[in-house]
Write a protein that binds this ligand. Structure first.
Ligand SMILES: NC(=O)c1ccc[n+]([C@@H]2O[C@H](COP(=O)([O-])OP(=O)(O)OC[C@H]3O[C@@H](n4cnc5c(N)ncnc54)[C@H](OP(=O)(O)O)[C@@H]3O)[C@@H](O)[C@H]2O)c1
Length: 292
């Protein structure tokens, strides 16, 4: 199935299972996770899926399940693979552990969580990507992709091998026009842009302040900052968060939300009943460059 929205499972710790169950109850059918115990708990995601199959009459094929392989530098103390093994073996071990955790025999999407270095690609990236392509060639995963890459890195990945990335998942900054260069590359290459931290990365422009939980910044409060956005709220009778998620859908993005709150889960999905006018779309696209 092709979801319109992804529910993100990072940072939920012992609440992961309940949050995923709530998200499925609220109507989310796409779940994003990673085999990276430092930030995600895939086992709990799997327990939630198992319970949802019993209690919510959902079937595996009703869902889109995506996870990631993370290089050792992005992991904590507990690794889902043997750090002395080759990168190829590490990717394979991580992948098969993910299948186990998520209680499934195949995945809808598997991402390379991030490159080895900030600029360019190196041998380890090529080896990981080649292994991910092999998993797709064997039919163990339907679609593959990358995350946290810049345009040059994405272009390079795109050149490699015959199985092309379908997704790129990036933190989406309003000051980069919501990653417009990469979004444009995606629309020219039959790729889908998955945007995360659409709210948290842009509180400066949307109006809000942070609090820090476990060294992660999460919004403490949203408040009215931009006169232009408050006019849009009135015009569409929607919240700032809903305007941003509608904007993301109008950009052909596959947005992620990481809310813990059941009401917010539902509200973030309630954006199908309106569309932004061209003018209002452009206003949000350029929000970082407006005189607020
Ligand atoms: N690939 C990567 O490297 C990477 C990195 C980071 C994240 N991700 C993925 O992206 C997912 C989402 O990221 P994110 O957590 O940064 O997403 P986010 O949705 O931008 O931020 C979540 C925060 O926004 C608040 N929020 C969401 N909807 C709201 C609403 N309607 N009203 C008020 N507040 C609202 C939440 O508070 P409440 O809980 O109170 O609603 C929460 O504090 C993660 O879970 C993960 O799956 C991937």
């Amino acid at each position: 199935m092709k979801p319109q929205f992804l529910y993100g499972t990072a940072w939920k710790k012992s609440s992961t299972k309940q949050c995923v169950l709530d998200a499925l109850k609220a109507g989310y059918r796409g779940i994003d996770t990673a085999n990276q115990l430092k930030h995600y708990d895939e086992k709990q995601v799997g327990l939630a899926l198992f319970e949802a199959y019993q209690t919510l009459s959902l079937k595996r094929e009703d869902l889109f399940i995506q996870t990631k392989y993370t290089f050792q530098h992005g992991q904590g103390d507990i690794l889902p693979y043997d750090p002395h093994a080759s990168i190829k073996k590490q990717v394979e071990q991580s992948f098969s552990k993910s299948l186990e955790h998520l209680q499934t025999s195949s995945l809808d999407s598997f991402l390379l969580h991030g490159p080895m270095t900030q600029q360019g690609l190196i041998d380890e990236d090529y080896e990981a990507w080649e292994t991910i392509q092999d998993l797709a060639a064997k039919g163990q995963v339907k679609e593959i992709g990358v995350s946290n890459m810049n345009l040059a890195q994405l272009k390079e990945i795109y050149q490699l091998g015959s199985i092309k990335p379908r997704y790129i998942q990036n933190r989406c900054f309003a000051q980069l026009k919501w990653d417009k260069e990469i979004r444009d590359f995606c629309s020219d290459h039959d790729m889908i842009y998955q945007g995360f931290s659409l709210l948290t990365a842009n509180l400066k422009y949307l109006g809000g302040e942070f609090r820090e939980v476990d060294s992660i910044q999460i919004p403490k409060a949203f408040f009215e900052k931009s006169h232009a956005l408050s006019l849009l709220q009135e015009k569409y009778q929607k919240t700032i968060q809903q305007l941003i998620f509608r904007f993301a859908l109008d950009c052909s993005m596959l947005p992620l939300t990481g809310t813990w709150n059941y009401e917010h889960m539902k509200m973030n999905l309630e954006v199908q009943d309106f569309k932004l006018s061209r003018e209002d779309f452009e206003l949000i696209e350029n929000i970082a460059f407006q005189n607020l």
